[in-house]
Write a protein that binds this ligand. Structure first.
Ligand code: AMP
Length: 281
């Protein structure tokens, strides 16, 4: 496992890899790796000859009042946890390497339709920041396949759309959400929760599962279901951002109430923003 900080160095390494006709799987992360990230890394190893993991806390996707400064940076611990997996290169640039002008990019990649929905309502620059840095990383790494988690369902949808719209010759592989024993989706931000909030946070998945069950049993009044979930979250001490039942391909209100749905949810618990979703096949 080689740790590389500079763009030209990773490009040189990967030129050699491609010259040997080896395929490259890429896992972009912001570090502070947990079992969810490690599952992506594990699956990446099954998809290509060489695995590249990037660790970069991207300033371009944090709003001015968000947690860019306090986001956990644990590079050595991350390197240790990757030792058990096939990781050939860790690309860990600093912010100046990715944004040499220091003021992020003046060229941005933005999905006009999807970026303003759901999480985009309360995080207006987030998805443009994500798509822009992922586009840059794709151009640096030139992977054959890139691996993303379904935990960030809207993000995954936007990346798929970007790859399609901009003709990237890259396959996007989605990985099911890895959860704690009580159902809470693993996330670096869970570390912000107090022990009692950590217990409360398990309600998110319980509420999503209940909603899923009610839809599977035939309920079709999605407004009512969304309101019920919102009330349950509030009653448990959450500040609800949104609960939206949408078509899993368009992320818009479904035309048919039958299949291909996803329930997207975002809520704050004492200032920590948690997101989750559940897919209905
Ligand atoms: P992050 O470091 O939060 O930017 O996440 C890097 C990648 O890991 C993204 O593709 C996430 O969707 C994915 N990821 C984060 N948490 C989980 C999880 N609990 N299960 C599966 N994938 C995850």
């Amino acid at each position: 496992m080689k740790i590389i900080n500079h763009i030209t160095d990773i490009q040189d390494e990967l030129k050699t890899v491609r010259f040997k006709n080896k395929t490259i799987a890429f896992v972009p992360t912001m570090g502070n790796l947990h079992q969810g990230h490690l599952e992506l890394i594990k699956q990446a190893g099954q998809l290509a000859d060489i695995v590249v993991v990037s660790i970069f806390v991207n300033p371009g996707q944090f709003g001015p009042a968000e947690d860019y400064d306090s986001y956990p940076r644990t590079l050595q611990q991350d390197i240790d946890s990757m030792q058990a997996y096939q990781v050939d290169f860790v690309f860990a640039p600093d912010s100046r390497e990715i944004y040499p002008e220091g003021n992020l990019n003046s060229t941005k990649v933005s999905n006009v339709d999807l970026s303003s929905l759901h999480c985009g309502q309360s995080r207006p620059i987030f998805f443009t920041g994500v798509a822009t840095v992922v586009a840059k990383l794709f151009n640096i790494i030139l992977p054959d396949v890139a691996v993303f988690g379904q935990k960030d369902f809207q993000q995954l949808t936007i990346i798929r759309q970007m790859v399609n719209d901009l003709n990237y010759p890259i396959k996007i592989h989605g990985v099911a959400t890895i959860r704690e024993k009580d159902g809470l989706a693993m996330s670096s931000r869970n570390a912000y929760l107090s022990p009692s909030d950590r217990k409360t946070a398990a309600h998110i998945y319980q509420i999503l599962s209940q909603l899923k069950q009610r839809i599977e049993l035939g309920e079709v009044n999605f407004d009512q279901l969304q309101m019920d979930a919102g009330k349950m979250l509030s009653n448990n001490g959450f500040d609800v951002d949104y609960v939206h039942i949408v078509a899993s391909d368009t992320l818009l209100p479904p035309i048919h109430a039958s299949n291909g749905l996803v329930i997207l949810l975002a809520a704050f618990l004492n200032g920590t923003r948690l997101i989750d979703n559940i897919i209905l096949e």
